[in-house]
Design a protein around this ligand. Structure first.
Ligand code: SAM
Length: 220
């Protein structure tokens, strides 16, 4: 069997995962459809493949993780992506969240700080059907000024506070979804830019993420 094969068994496991996420409160049908479609097992190290459709985070090397499917679905649902939206993901990691975003809009930029992960994921994504994203290597805590403004910015690592550059790079009406807290737990926060200087902050559940590094993150 090809290492990139996606079998009926995998497809059935994905549908079961989507049902589980619906049971846990994910209700956006487009997000559930994306979770049912993206072959998460192909974003894993082969040693963990058998666990790919459990609702758990797993190591992807370099001390980093692929986020739990519930977390991916929760953040994506909060981002409220429309088909014409331009979206930035901070923390490409394995590329799985990026592939989920690409099911919702073709306009996805994703930035990864870790050079090895960036290089590996950049090579792998096209073969996984997620070659449509523009991948970047660098400190995403300062955003991507050359590609701004964005309708949505989704941060997949825990920040000590709201990075000012990410707020500035939001379009009016744009949303920033970011976990904010200490090194133990982070509260999921959504900030909507309602006007040039007007931002509305909402808070949701607590999660546990790897740290956001960089100028507006934690010290490496
Ligand atoms: N979204 C990823 C996925 O689907 O596999 C999971 C990301 S993992 C939880 C968080 C990622 O954020 C790690 O790959 C880490 O290297 C990256 N990261 C940490 N600080 C960053 C920064 N300042 N800019 C960009 N990426 C960063």
């Amino acid at each position: 069997m090809s290492p990139l094969s996606d079998t009926y068994r995998h497809q059935g496991q994905r549908r079961a995962l989507a049902r589980e996420l619906r049971r846990r409160g994910i209700h956006d049908e487009r997000v559930l459809a994306a979770i049912s479609t993206v072959p998460r097992h192909l974003f894993f190290e082969p040693a963990f493949e058998a666990h790919a459709y459990q609702d758990k985070a797993f190591p992807i090397g370099e001390g980093q993780t692929i986020s739990q499917p519930y977390t991916v679905a929760f953040q994506t649902q909060l981002l409220g992506v429309r088909p014409t939206d331009k979206v930035l993901e901070v923390g490409t990691g394995s590329g799985y969240q990026c592939a989920v975003l690409l099911k919702l809009t073709p306009h996805v930029d994703s930035i990864e700080f870790n050079e090895k992960l960036y290089a590996r994921t950049r090579l792998r994504l096209p073969a996984l059907g997620a070659g449509g994203a523009a991948l970047h290597c660098g400190d995403g805590s300062v955003g991507l000024p050359g590609r701004a403004p964005f309708d949505g910015i989704l941060v997949t690592a825990g920040a000590p506070g709201l990075p000012p550059a990410l707020l500035r790079q939001l379009q009016i009406g744009g949303r920033l979804v970011i976990p904010v807290g200490d090194n133990q737990t982070q509260r999921m926060v959504r900030v909507t830019r309602e006007g040039p200087e007007s931002f509305v902050r909402e808070e949701f559940e607590d999660f546990r993420f790897v740290p956001l590094l960089g100028a507006s993150g934690w010290r490496a």
